[in-house]
Design a binder for this molecule. Sequence first.
Ligand code: IMP
Length: 194
Amino acid sequence: MELIIASQNQNKLVEFKKILGDKINLFSLSEIGLNQEIPENEKTIKKNAMFKAKFVNIQTGKNVFADDTGLEIDSLNGEPGVYSARYSGVKRNSDKNIELVLTKLKNKSNRNSRFKTIISLILDGKSVNFEGVVEGKITEEKRGNNGFGYDPIFQPNGYASTFGEMSLKEKNKISHRSIAINKMVQYLKENNLL
Ligand code: IMP
């Protein structure tokens, strides 16, 4: 089956393609000639994901899914959360975002956090959401150069490595995004679409 993924984020595209393999024929926005940036102004991760999917579905009339992800840190009252991409004020500047998180967590002993992904799927006009959560800790300093975003400071519970120190294959086995996407795959199978 064919699905459009409502994202311009190349890192996410790579992850999605790797997780989905050839089960789904995935088209990125640039592949269908939609090059405008989709607004992400909602107040929750779920609303952002739903908005992005709807935005592309209205423009193309095609089946589409969008994901929105946030890093929630307990001792920062759930920040950066829905503001994860622009936490430092500079949109998608991961170095600055990481720096700000580490500064705010200086001397804080509770470093519990989680990545949360919501995937919003619009299939034949019907909207369904899938959630993926991975619990972990924010490290004292950056470790590893793999992945993207906050990966170098997120150490999933039960693992000695940060996401930044893991290969994409290792990250995809346990990540928030793969949990959500596997739920979507399950849903498509149950509905005889895969
Ligand atoms: P988005 O709005 O879903 O694109 O994601 C918001 C921000 O969360 C991104 O700009 C990244 O900084 C961060 N983020 C999303 N997914 C991940 C991930 O898998 N690892 C690390 N950071 C991520």
